[in-house]
Structures are given as C-alpha cells and as structure tokens.
Design a protein around this ligand. Structure first.
Ligand SMILES: Nc1nc2c(ncn2[C@@H]2O[C@H](COP(=O)(O)OP(=O)(O)O)[C@@H](O)[C@H]2O)c(=O)[nH]1
Ligand SMILES: [Mg+2]
Length: 245
C-alpha cells in the first residue's frame, strides 16, 4: 500500500535531517510530508535540501504557528489527495523511533484501521521524561479512557498509522482540537465507528535537541474536550445500554 509519513514541525532544524534519514531507511518507498508552520530556524529549507539528496520529501509551508491539530488536518488532507493509502503521523523530535515504522504499517496492511505506537501496553516504555510530564500523560490517558469508555491505553499517542479510508470515514477534517485533544478525538471517533484499533508497544524517548511545545493550555483543552465528548454522547450511551453493550 502507498504510505505517506506526515511530520508536523515547528523549529526542528536540529532534528529534521536525522528524522528524515531514519524514516527513509525504514520505509524506502514512502513519501515524507513535512508540515511546517513557518519555523524561523529554517526547518522547511533543510527538509527541502534533503529532498534534493534523497527524493520523495515534500514540504507543506504554512504561514505561522497554528497548532498541531491544524497541521495534521492540512497534512492528512494533502497526503490522501495525493494518493496515500496509509498515513503515518509522527513527531520530528526523535521521540518516535523510526525503527517501529515497518511494524505499524504492517499492522494496517493486515487489516487494522489504525496502529497506535503505545507507551502504556506491556513492552511500552517512556524514557527520560520528567516525573510531572509522565504523571500528566499517564493520568490524562486513564481519565480519557475512563470517561469515554475507551479500551485504549494510549489515546494521546502521536505515533500512529491510519488506513486512509478510515480517516475519511471519521471525517478527520472536522476534528477541531489542537493538541493532545486531537489524538484523543481521533481515537474516540474511530472506536465509535467500530474501527479496528491495535496498540503496538514503543519506547518513547524525550527529545534531545530543540524545545517542546507542550503547554498547560494544551492539557486544559484536552481535559475539556473529553467532557464535551462525554456530554455529546448522552444519546449514544443510552442506546448502547438499551442494546446491552
Ligand atoms: N506544524 C506544527 N508543528 C508543531 C506545532 N506544535 C508542535 N509541533 C510539532 O509537533 C511535534 C510534537 O511537538 P513537541 O513539542 O515535541 O510536543 P511534546 O512531545 O508533547 O513535548 C513536533 O514535531 C513539533 O515540532 C505547531 O503549532 N505547528
Ligand atoms: Mg516531543
């Protein structure tokens, strides 16, 4: 199947070359689509230089920093319109090991609608993250899964491979959230549609180069989003209870 790896970037000049070379090594035929929000450090130019050397790297240049959700909506739309049958999303900061790419893609090729690179299934692990971030992530996931009734351990994970037909079916362009909320709502929609979700254990490492764009407002957005989805699902819960499930 045709694979596009969508990589959102903001000021990742020190990471982008390692990332692109790593992805190319693991998936020689995949298109690498960098979605850059006008990084002042020249990330987009570096990615384009790598296209001259390696080929099959494309950069979507957006004017200004507009959040992860918006970058993903634009990147996934671009990838699907260009013929991608599988869309991978991964961070540029080397937290997501490119070595896992073939496994995630194979899971979708064998029938899953999404393969999630998960920190919270047996075999998955988070290295180097400060305690506070680890705690927020772990309990944020328990909260989201508990409130929304999802049997998913890592609903905020940003390392995933999607079947493009499933992305269209869940109307990903209408997911409004910006940060972790984007990943949560995508997971929620695919589960509610009866899609097949597989979690594959990964080793997540904290970034070494560059700075995190993590913020308290992203966490607050995600907390509120979960409540909003819960309220909106009032009728759905009643129906499922009536059906005995
Ligand atoms: N295009 C774009 N990419 C972003 C934006 N915010 C974060 N990113 C990218 O999204 C990925 C994850 O962000 P990161 O700061 O590492 O978040 P963390 O892993 O939660 O600390 C990285 O590749 C970032 O460069 C944004 O506003 N626009
Ligand atoms: Mg990161």
């Amino acid at each position: 199947m045709r694979v596009t790896v969508v990589v959102p970037t903001f000021n990742e000049a020190d990471n982008i070359e390692t990332l692109i070379r790593g992805v190319r090594h693991e998936l020689p035929d995949a298109l690498i689509l960098v979605v850059d929000d006008g990084s002042p450090d020249g990330t987009a130019d570096r990615a384009e230089k790598l296209h001259e050397v390696l080929g099959n790297v494309e950069v979507v240049r957006r004017d200004s920093k507009d959040g992860l959700g918006a970058a993903y909506r634009a990147g996934l739309r671009h990838a699907i319109d260009a013929g991608a049958e599988i869309c991978v999303q991964m961070d540029a900061d080397m937290s997501h090991d490119p070595g896992v790419l073939p496994a995630l893609v194979a899971i979708v090729e064998h029938g899953a609608d999404v393969a999630i690179g998960s920190r919270y299934v047996p075999g998955g692990i988070t290295l180097d993250w400060p305690r506070r971030r680890r705690w927020v992530s772990r309990w944020g996931n328990r909260y989201a899964a508990g409130v929304l009734g999802l049997a998913i351990n890592d609903a905020t994970a940003g390392y995933r491979a999607y079947r493009s037909t499933a992305l269209e079916q869940m109307r990903f362009d209408t997911v409004a959230a910006e940060g972790y909320g984007f990943q949560i709502e995508m997971t929620y929609r695919i589960v509610r549609l009866g899609g097949k979700v597989v979690e594959f254990p990964i080793t997540f490492r904290d970034r070494i180069e560059g700075e995190s764009k993590f913020s308290g407002s992203i966490v607050r957005e995600a907390l509120l989003l979960v409540l909003r989805l819960w309220v909106a699902d009032f009728g759905g819960r009643r129906r499922r209870r009536a059906q005995g499930g």
